[in-house]
Design a protein around this ligand. Sequence first.
Ligand code: AMP
Ligand code: ZN
Length: 469
Amino acid sequence: MPVRLFNTLARDVEEFRPKDPPLVRMYTCGPTVYDHAHIGNLRSFVFEDLLQRHLELRGYRVLRVMNLTDVDDKTIRGARQAGVTLGEFTARYKKTFFEDLDLLRIRRAEAYPEATDPAHVARMIAMIATLVERGHAYRADDGSVYFRIASFPAYGRLARLDLENLRPGARVRSDEYEKESVGDFALWKAWDADDGDVRWDSPWGPGRPGWHIECSAMATALLGDELDIHCGGVDNIFPHHEAEIAQTECCTGLTFARHWVHGEHLLVDGQKMSKSLGNFYTLRDLLAQGWTGREVRFALLRVNYGLPLNFTLAGLADARAALARLDAWAERIAERAALEPDQPGVIPQVAAEERFENALDANLNISGALGELFKTVTETNRALDLGQLSSGQARGYAEWFAKLQRVLAVEPEAAGIPPEAQALLDRRAAARDAKDWKASDALRAELAALGWDVKDSKEGQKLSRRAGA
Ligand code: AMP
Ligand code: ZN
């Protein structure tokens, strides 16, 4: 079955067709590093991880890039309030962001470009210069450069803006605004005293890039002018992604992204979890309450990305109970398999496997896929109770479950494996899926340097402490 995904641009589920299969060029808008990520942000990153893992299971080679927004209105304000440099300020949150990724078993992207990287700033300036040259942008009196939305007829297509009735206003300098304030948006923001020493020289005077052009420049620098998938949360649709399309397409003349895939929000009492509303939890808050990264991952993962997910502690407790049920089942089938270790694994679950993967093909229907898994758990538990499951069958289920974990990644914490080793293991699993043996060997060496040996078996990778380590 082909993979099908909801494309925000078409407002419909479409067959996924990357330009150069099996390669998939995937760009995912990353965190603004002005605070710890909250678990709403992390829900978006978990759904993108699930999408990447499923595409890899289906034989695609996913080249994913996620940016770090380390200069924008919020980071500058935060650094000023903390009395430290922008670089010192954002470094803290970059570090905790990567820790969160490891705790949630989110596979690392190929690259995490930073907006303040001089090479990327140079590219942003070059793109803005092209836009000015072609009449898509203009310098205003204050030295800022704005994108002229009237110069791009497709402006508003992604967010379905009704420009006639909205009557675009003059200009918006802020990075985030409501549709009602639609107008020409800032590509380059002229320096002002609040920016302190955050400034770059440009043909329009000192200043800094707007948030939107950062993503256009970094995405095209690392993935080329045409992306297969561009992801983010639904709040990114307007103005961020609308602006990205306008800027990039006016520079390249090509369609920027073939599929726009947006995750719905994590809600608290019916409202978006967000910093500004103060209704948020960080992963650290939850770990401090005794929840594990694995449980939080499962709680965020199990609801389809296209549906809002109301966050509650009862939901986390459900996730814990569901995982306990899976763990108990995995142990039971392993015990049954071990009774007759010579029986080869038989694959009685072809239908279950197909139903699980087909559900994910259908716009990443994870709740349907998990439904299939739990049905299998119930049926096989019953067969075990009646003594009707052979060791070979049990082994077949165990092997199947190990394969599912490449997508789910909710296996129990192997006793004593630290998160940094687990993260390397996860990356190595991805490299092996992509048949990238060189990367796989390099990751084996990195694990060895940390004191771990890795063996490959049918059930996946097995880690053991190095003798003498
Ligand atoms: P930010 O750090 O605000 O730039 O956001 C990083 C990512 O998190 C973006 O893709 C946002 O769309 C996403 N995001 C922000 N709030 C939520 C939420 N409550 N639920 C799901 N995703 C969110
Ligand atoms: Zn972005």
